[in-house]
Design a protein around this ligand. Sequence first.
Ligand code: PMP
Length: 308
Amino acid sequence: MATPELVFFDGKIVPYKEAKVGVLTHGLNYGTGIFGGIRGYWNDEEKQMFVFRPLDHYKRFLDSGKLLRMELPYTKENLTEATLELIRKQNFRENVYIRPLAFYGDEIIGVRLHNLTPRMSIAAVPFGKYIEQEEGAHVTISSWWRVEDNMTPARGKIVGAYVNSALSKTDAQLSGFDEAIVLSQNGHVSEGSAENIFMVKNGVFITPPVTENILEGIVRRTFIQLIQDELGMQVQERSIDRTELFLADELFFGGTGVQMVSITKIDHRLIADGKMGPLTLKLRDLFFDVVFGRSAKYRNWCMPVYKK
Ligand code: PMP
């Protein structure tokens, strides 16, 4: 992946190569940073780029900062405007992934969260698929547990906590699986290494509740609304046992990076008939209409980048 030409760094858009930090930087040494992941979708018919739910992403970003006592001199509106400007200046005309990052920038020794100064960057890069097998992923239940709220809160997108995701993802991939499903310490299903999970059973969608050490995904929230309002079906937020997954009618991941990925096999067991299910397919079509700005009803979630 090529690095971008420009980046937002501490309030200004500068050449990427000028946005540098020293090796003693607090966030780099202790993981004391927060980040986000947002997608911009290029709609070729309208020759327009739509950034999906940036205000909701930046609200969660600032909330993640609160968990680390981080006081950033920006609002979600400022950050959204900076993001649009960054894309405009580079004139991207393809799908992009946007990565906001804030970290304690002090170059000092000492683990803590107080008396520190945050720095902030936003980068955007062209981006395609995150998981290759979108229509039929083979996943494993990880032997790594999800981080617990009283250890490192998963509801914040905290830099250091992603070692947990990296451990489960690498072990899964090096064992030949596409992705990992991670359990909470109580044995319940939490989520994928970097995405939320949904199951369909007897005509009802089920997803783990926010108290199961999940990141409260913007796509998860989008799916819940689309399932209820467009498919007219019920969504239950409740704990899921590992073996419920094996007996699910349909199973899929949702997240900004993965978008929507159908899970058709877990640990060498087929889910239902081993093919993407009909409700997964329906929701996927709806989701892509929404994110590309093709659905008038949900157009307010799509922030246009280019002025017409
Ligand atoms: N869980 C984890 C651990 C993640 O990293 C992500 C990606 N941000 C998600 C879930 C999905 O969140 P969202 O839909 O907001 O991208």
